[in-house]
Design a protein around this ligand. Structure first.
Ligand code: HDE
Length: 712
């Protein structure tokens, strides 16, 4: 039975943060000492044309603060966006975990989530081909729990020791600081082709998962195997999953490249706008549970973070739901200063010996010290737990508390033995007692040396269109490399994943797959190790396919928050547009009027309507679907402006839904679409149904071959 809390709690937040919120409205400007300011536009000078005086404390305060406005960006995941929300448990799991958050369905636990890309700097574009970070801070009543995950269920490397190498290889090359936010360069592929443990995460990065349509349409994964501990102190292995209610959807690479130019903040804006419009993104929290006795029943090692447990082998049980429902008030104070640590844990959850997780437990505290500059970073409002903090840690940069009392040590009698310790039954954290009887070694378990089975399984599980995208991605990325031997090595390892895939990529590169490469491949082990023993073997076939890995099997039922460009000009058919707009917006889609000019546009009933964007300032790639309004006069105007045709052709090229009403069809007939109408390019004549259904399908991939012929 679930434990119910005695009181209904609304853990954090607004109230807690209010203490630190500053509302400027109606207030006089002051210095940081509260002195009212009389002039903030002119420095103090010796005469109208004279030199500035050292005495000018107002200038010095303003400029000095400005000079120190930045903190070091994150070494990885520098580019990101965050939002507040709430987690609610739906299915308690007392049999697995004693954590309050997994037992109490009455609670509503506040969360803060930060999504990010990995490789680019803080100002890099959102649509880089990259892994996305998906980090969640749960402000629970037993302390803060951080689930710091990604949108892919595995990681590149098996041991924390390799992280600096991985990141140095993907970051811009150090001599010329090129390329920004891109893996397509020699150093990355030099590393990947020598470090075959990376291949599983790498093939995910070659897939559509690396170019999501929206942060709101991504899965999230804790990646590592963690432990759940119940109140009998029994341990179960667990993997955490976030499943988006809107399904998992991506853009195409051609769109990604263009979106980065048209709106480098595409994902950031999308998250903000959806929350601002009250269309709150929702994810289900799921768990895959493996009893301790089954630890060794898999063909891979549960401690190896480059492996996933296919859902077909261990189903995901949904236990709760997270809704993001509030945008931050201040990007720096919240999104930039939030500090996630995998070591932030609560009773009922524990770590395993995954060597990557073990390294992370060290790294994140260390990184926060240099980013935020003080061990008191937990006192920054966004990082403050909702539970009160009592311990004997004192002082340090930026101490915000005023600790009372004469001592700061334990044990003590002068402070009445306080703060006192808590027994396990009182909620004191205890580590799972794992038996250890081993030699100290610097090395790697042989059970980690299968590097090809899961990338091969992933590839086999994809639909045809997804496979084609993977082949194009490898071809693009390797096409950007200059070193022939790096490309050859990559072709050789891709062949070990799938021979057909390697052939396609080799053809695109105009190269052949080498018969053999100089071994060893796997340099991830020490110089004294038996290298032959640690070479990855051939792929095993323990599962033919894992369909849940394919985006073709995601949800296609909603059009909520889809952006529809309604192409209009003066004289458009208002009645028809209104009908479609209402039908789509009733289901949460957002219809934007795109006109030849900004300001307002007149309909056939001579009414003025606000324009959302002039066609010269926006692009087809920023929308999910296109609607061409009717009205002879409007359509004549649109025919005379080639950007309208470009909009339609591009939407067709990207396999999107296109609809025309009335005379709008004659504009479509002047585009590439004229001779290629299909289920998603429809003349709707006032009926929204077919258009709506095509939008919900996200893309009409059946069109993809002919779409490639659309002129640029
Ligand atoms: Fe991270 N990682 N990481 N990482 N990571 C950081 O911490 C690191 C790893 C992840 O939105 C840094 O606060 C090491 C796996 C996310 O603020 C840093 C290793 C996974 C975020 C760091 C890993 C992640 C980070 C940089 C190998 C998925 C952004 C700034 C042992 C499960 C969190 C910071 C946010 C951030 C180190 C591997 C996800 C440098 C050493 C595996 C989502 O400490």
């Amino acid at each position: 039975m679930a434990k119910k809390s005695s009181k209904k709690t609304d853990s954090k937040k607004i109230e807690d943060l209010d203490v630190n919120r500053v509302d400027y409205e109606g207030n006089p400007m002051t210095t940081n000492q509260g002195l009212k300011v009389n002039d903030t536009n002119n420095s103090l000078k010796s005469g109208e044309r004279g030199a500035t005086l050292l005495e000018d404390f107002l200038l010095r305060e303003k400029i000095t603060h400005f000079d120190h406005e930045r903190i070091p960006e994150r070494i990885v995941h520098a580019r990101g966006s965050g939002a507040h929300g709430v987690f609610k448990l739906t299915n308690p799991i007392p049999e697995y975990s004693k954590a309050g958050i997994f037992n109490d369905t009455e609670r509503s636990t506040s969360v803060f989530v930060r999504f990010s890309t990995v490789a680019g700097s803080k100002g890099s574009p959102d649509l880089a081909r990259d892994v996305r970070g998906f980090a969640t801070k749960f402000y629970t009543e037993e302390g803060t729990w951080d689930l710091v995950g990604n949108n892919m269920p595995i990681f590149f490397i098996q041991d924390a020791m390799k992280f600096p190498d991985l990141i140095h290889s993907v970051k811009p090359e150090p001599n010329k600081e090129i390329p920004q936010a891109a893996s397509a360069h020699d150093t990355f592929y030099d590393f990947v082709s020598h470090t075959t443990e990376t291949l599983h995460n790498h093939i995910w990065v070659m897939s559509d998962r690396a170019i999501p349509r929206s942060y709101r349409m991504m899965e999230g994964f804790g990646i590592h195997t963690f432990r759940l501990i119940n109140d009998k102190n029994e341990s179960h292995f667990v993997k955490f999953h976030w499943k988006p209610k809107l399904g998992v959807h991506s853009v195409t690479w051609d769109e990604a490249v263009k979106i980065n130019g048209a709106d480098a903040d595409f994902h950031r804006r999308d998250l903000w706008d959806a929350i601002d419009a009250g269309e709150y993104p929702v994810w289900e929290l799921g768990i895959q549970v493996v009893p301790e006795k089954d630890e060794h029943k898999f063909d891979f090692d549960l401690l190896d973070p480059t492996k996933l447990i296919p859902e077909e082998m261990v189903p995901v049980q949904v236990i709760g739901e997270m809704t993001l429902n509030r945008n931050p008030d201040n990007f720096f104070a919240e999104t930039e200063q939030v500090a996630f640590l995998p070591g932030h844990i609560v009773p009922g959850i524990d770590f395993t010996n995954d060597p990557l997780l073990q390294g992370r437990l060290f790294s994140y505290r260390d990184t926060q010290l240099s980013r935020l500059g003080t061990p008191n970073f937990h006192q920054i409002p966004i990082n403050k737990p909702v539970t009160k903090v009592y311990n004997n840690e004192r002082d340090g940069h930026m101490q915000m508390d005023i600790p009372k009392g004469r001592g700061a040590y334990f044990p003590n009698s002068l402070m009445g033995g306080c703060p006192h310790l808590s027994k396990m039954a009182e909620g004191g954290f205890t580590h799972h007692e794992e038996r250890i009887d081993a030699k100290k070694i610097r090395g790697r378990s042989e059970s980690f040396s299968d590097h090809f089975s899961q990338p091969a399984l992933f590839y086999r599980s994809l639909s045809d269109w997804e496979k084609e995208h993977v082949a194009s991605a490898y071809s693009f990325e390797l096409g950007k490399c200059n070193q022939a031997h790096v490309k050859e090595r990559m072709l050789w390892v891709i062949q070990k994943i799938n021979a057909d895939l390697a052939k396609t990529v080799a053809n695109n590169l105009g190269m052949s797959i080498p018969k053999q490469i100089d071994q060893p491949i796997n340099q991830a082990i020490g110089a004294d190790a038996d290298v032959a023993k640690h070479q990855p073997g051939d792929a095993k076939n323990y599962l033919d396919k894992a369909p849940m890995l394919s985006q073709a099997n995601t949800k296609f039922d909603s059009i909520a928050t889809r952006q529809i460009a309604a192409l209009v000009a003066d004289g458009f058919d208002m009645a028809a547009l209104k009908k479609i707009k209402t039908a789509l917006e009733d289901e949460g889609a957002m219809v934007k009027l795109i006109a030849p000019h900004g300001g307002t546009v007149k309909c056939d009933q001579d009414k003025a309507h606000d324009v959302d964007a002039a066609i010269s300032t926006t692009e087809s790639v920023l929308f999910d679907a296109i609607y061409v309004a009717g009205g002879d006069k409007a359509v004549d105007t649109m025919k005379a402006n080639s950007k309208y045709k470009k909009f339609i052709n591009e939407a067709f090229k990207h396999c999107k839904a296109i609809a025309a009403d009335g005379a709008g069809e004659t504009l479509i007939d002047q585009t590439f679409v004229a001779d290629h109408k299909d289920d998603a390019a429809v003349f709707i004549n006032g009926s929204a149904k077919d258009f709506r259904d095509a939008i919900a399908q996200h893309r009409n991939w059946e069109r993809r071959k002919v779409a490639m012929e659309v002129p640029a």
